[in-house]
Design a protein around this ligand. Structure first.
Ligand code: ARG
Length: 462
């Protein structure tokens, strides 16, 4: 008879029920957290005089034994035990006998136990994701420092817009990843409260010390309402959302890596170590890594929507529906971990084709806005009119088959006599980029400041 079946039951559970009801196949991942939670609980029970010191000691020793068995692969998982909590407890009683083993579950329910285990997992992995994301920012910073002078066509609508430098472009991604870290940190702080001691839903008559278990497990305090303690899964939703936004950022960068590595752009070359081949076309090198980064974003969004939907109609407090909370979170965490790792390596090993980037800037009249700005600042023409005159200049350049940055002052004066002889120096691509000195702009000086700020943030955060 499975442990969770009391004397109320006359018949064994059907095989089909065991298969349907059990979460052991996936929640065995929580074995460490489960044992950690039980160790904290047992120690607290002894401190409060609910267990004797001897009982607590033999429980703790046996739990450590179980941990060893699981880690060495010796442990036999039996689906009849339903979940990791029952599996560990059963083995504990096998080792030290039911008389003592059966006392561990005093003043506790699987409802607060699972919430605690799962939250410990989420908290631990939030910190891990923060570390990996910081490493990614570090790599991007390194690339940025090497590319402050690398011109790149800045785009809007995927059309050439204004010249920027590659470091500036990478800094935009660093800002996104910095927010991802901040989101993970704030969720971590908000949710760092212990559900343990909530018991089934209403607390317990035993004189437990919830502050003690919270402290042992690294939480800031116990959760303040037992029903909320067992039914809250906001922490799981938050990590799913945080990972979704992180993956959306990764996916946008991945999309650019795919474009940039195409024959049309050739802005970057992905290293062979992180490129794949085609089974039929021998000439091909495919960007499977960024494509998968983009593709895996889908399942991560699915996991978020999945859990939101599971939770939306649940009455308080615990409902078995909540067992569906784990697989999506495990999947999103594991997906984000490998994505962050491989993106980091892909970026570290890719080469930047500066020449192709800057050659691409000579197409698309990237400094057209600079001509308009010139007319405003040097000839006191209203911006709207300057915009119109510049449009005519662009049409002329098109007709001549040149870029606006290559037009002579003489040619431009034919369009509007208010254009001075000094105009050419404002239309070069470097001049255009370096003119944007406003805070957060792409000018070299403004870019260097952004690098400095990002470095300072990264240092302070470490
Ligand atoms: N396996 C369950 C889960 O993952 C553990 C909690 C079971 N609690 C209960 N009252 N049946 O949610």
């Amino acid at each position: 008879m499975a442990k969770s079946r009391s004397g109320v039951f006359e018949k064994e559970a059907s095989e089909l029920l065991n298969e349907f009801n059990a979460s052991l196949v996936f929640d065995k991942k929580l074995y460490k957290e489960d044992i950690e939670g039980s160790l904290a609980h047992a120690a607290m029970l002894a401190k409060q005089g609910i267990l004797t010191e001897d009982e607590a000691k033999s429980i703790a020793d046996a739990l450590k034994e179980v941990l060893k068995e699981i880690e060495s692969g010796e442990f036999v998982f039996d689906i009849k035990d339903e979940d990791i909590h029952m599996a560990v407890e059963k083995r504990l009683s096998d080792i030290i006998g039911k008389e003592v083993g059966g006392r561990l579950h005093t003043a506790r329910s699987r409802n607060d136990q699972v919430a605690t285990d799962f939250k410990l997992y989420v908290q631990k992995n939030s910190l891990y994701l923060i570390t990996l994301t910081a490493k990614l920012i570090e790599t991007l910073l390194g690339k940025a420092k090497q590319n402050v002078d690398t011109l790149l066509p800045g785009m809007t609508h995927l059309q050439h817009a204004q010249p920027v430098n590659f470091a500036f472009h990478l800094l935009a991604y660093m800002c996104m990843f910095r927010r991802d870290i901040e989101r993970l940190e704030s969720s971590y702080k908000r949710n760092n409260l212990s559900p343990l001691g909530s018991a089934a839903l209403a607390g317990t008559p035993y004189p437990i010390d919830r502050d003690k278990t919270a402290q042992t497990l690294g939480f800031d305090a116990p959760m303040s309402n037992a029903t909320d303690g067992v039914s809250d899964r906001d922490f799981a939703l938050e990590i799913l959302f945080n990972i979704s936004v992180l993956m959306m950022h990764i996916s946008r960068l991945a999309e650019e890596l795919i474009l940039w590595s195409s024959a049309e752009f050739k802005f970057i070359t992905l290293s062979d170590e992180y490129s794949t081949g085609s089974s039929i076309m021998p000439q091909k090198k495919n960007p499977d890594v960024p494509e998968l980064l983009r593709g895996k974003t889908g399942r991560v969004y699915g996991n978020l929507i999945g859990l939101l939907t599971v939770l939306k109609g649940l009455p308080l407090a615990y409902n078995k529906d909540m067992q569906e909370d784990k697989e999506g979170v495990f999947d999103s965490v594991e997906t984000a971990v490998i994505c962050l790792k491989i993106l980091n390596e892909t970026l570290k090993t890719m080469s930047v084709n500066e020449d192709n980037m800057s050659k691409a800037c000579a197409k698309g009249h990237l400094s057209a806005t600079d001509l308009a700005d010139y007319l405003v600042t040097h000839a006191n023409i209203p911006f709207r009119e300057a915009h119109f005159i510049t449009g005519k200049a662009v049409a002329k350049a098109e007709e001549m088959g040149v870029d606006i940055s290559q037009m002579s002052a003489h040619e431009l004066q034919k369009i509007d006599s208010r254009i001075g002889c000094d105009v050419e120096q404002f239309l070069s691509l470097e001049a255009s980029m370096n003119a944007r000195t406003s805070y957060g702009g792409t000018a070299k000086s403004a870019t260097l400041l952004q690098i400095k700020e990002m470095e300072k943030w990264l240092k302070g955060f470490r």
